[in-house]
Design a protein around this ligand. Structure first.
Ligand code: DHB
Length: 389
């Protein structure tokens, strides 16, 4: 197969990039190892930054994001048994939208297939070859095990945290800057009305909890657990006890729990984001811990930069933007790394935390909620820095 841009990975980053390129008249092929059903049903994050929503809507990538997403103008930070509202609308005149990632993916897939554009499921890429740097190749096999080679003018690795494209860019499949955390999230989906109008990020002596939502009848909640926790280890009653104990001062509305998972997390940035005509976007380039909901939004911000660079390169033979891609993307990536690390460290209780650490952490939370400057930083970062400052 021969195409202009070969994109490995049909997640939000790969599919949105393909959509924007199509609108600019640049054809691409998108492949993914998973089936359409798997992609459309995997539960992931739920919060979209304002700039993400504006782009998904104005480009026609997600016709439902505004009509079915829910606008949230603030969150509650809860600690020491009290809730403190961070009012995004008042502080920064911006908002976020709750619209699950797999719903965005359903829209992106439908838009691509309706436009008759090339999108192939069940294709496993094994590596990217750039012996001829002007025409990199994706080496893959299809669902029947038959070899498939895609030759392109540019290859994009949008293939997630276990990227196979990364080796061609940074010389190593796993190399990068990273840190791990001594805790994970236990996530549940339950059938119940919302327990709160807005999301609650709660710090307690027992650890962190996040009370999020999915719809009027389905709620998403998480609590801090040990990374080795077995998701089947708790009864439903025990899960509610753990959640309730981590949001002191609030009463959660309980209901049947129909899905549970343990999310381990870490911070990671690949050493390089581009080499010749191969670039990384999204989780292939970086992962952030989930506190603060930056993951998908950061992937979309990479797409905005790379799409402009590819237009200049492939339509006008101008390589200035592609040469600047990594440096430009990394500025935002490290800001998001910092914010995600900060929210994580400020809200979770580390297993080895001393009494000093615990009291300092409460001092930090109080410094944020009692300062307009502190609240404003949180609001700016949470609602997302604009794509074009
Ligand atoms: C959700 C996940 C997050 O990591 C977050 O910060 C907010 C919401 C969610 O899944 O709803």
């Amino acid at each position: 197969v021969r195409t202009r841009v070969a994109i490995i990975g049909a997640g939000p980053a790969g599919l949105l990039l393909a959509h924007l390129l199509d609108r600019a008249g640049i054809e691409s092929v998108v492949i993914d190892q998973r089936s359409r059903e798997e992609i459309e049903s995997t539960i992931r994050a739920g919060i979209l930054e304002q700039s993400t929503v504006e782009l998904l809507d104005s480009s026609g990538a997600s016709p439902r994001v505004l009509s079915e997403g829910n606008r949230h103008e603030g969150i509650e930070l809860r600690f020491a048994g009290e809730g403190h509202r961070i009012d995004f609308a008042d502080l920064v005149d911006r908002a976020v939208w709750l619209f699950p990632q797999h719903e965005v993916l359903k829209d992106l897939i439908a838009v691509r297939l309706t436009a008759g554009q090339d999108l192939r499921f069940g294709i496993t890429a094994s590596r990217v070859e750039d012996e001829n740097p002007a025409h990199p190749k994706v080496i893959a096999t299809d669902a029947e095990g038959q070899p498939l080679t895609i030759e392109a003018d540019f290859v994009v690795g949008a293939d997630g945290s276990r990227s196979v494209a990364r080796a061609a860019v940074s010389g190593s499949a796993t190399g990068g800057y990273f840190r791990e955390y001594p805790f994970a999230w236990f996530g549940i989906l339950c059938e119940a009305p919302p327990s709160s109008e807005e999301l609650i990020y709660s710090n307690s002596d027992k650890g962190f909890a996040l009370i999020s939502q999915r719809s009027a009848t389905v709620q998403r909640m998480y609590f801090q657990c040990a990374p080795e926790t077995d998701p089947t280890a708790f009864s439903e009653a025990e899960l509610w006890e753990h959640l309730q104990a981590r949001v002191p001062g609030t009463t959660l509305t309980e209901g049947p729990i129909f899905q549970r998972d343990v999310l381990r997390f870490r911070s990671f940035v690949a050493h390089e984001l581009r080499k010749n005509r191969v670039a990384l976007i999204g989780d292939a380039a970086h992962t952030v811990p989930p506190t603060g909901a930056k993951g998908m939004n950061l992937a979309i911000a990479d797409v905005v930069l790379l799409e402009k660079a590819l237009r200049a390169l492939l339509l006008e033979n101008d390589d200035r933007l592609i040469d600047a891609y990594a440096e430009k993307a990394l500025q935002r990536i490290w800001k998001a790394q910092h914010f995600s690390w900060w929210m994580t460290s400020m809200l979770h209780v580390a297993p080895d935390a001393s009494d000093f650490d615990r009291r300092r952490q409460l001092g930090e939370l109080r410094s944020v909620v009692e300062s307009k400057a502190g609240q404003t930083y949180l609001a700016e970062a949470y609602t997302g820095w604009p794509h074009q400052p």
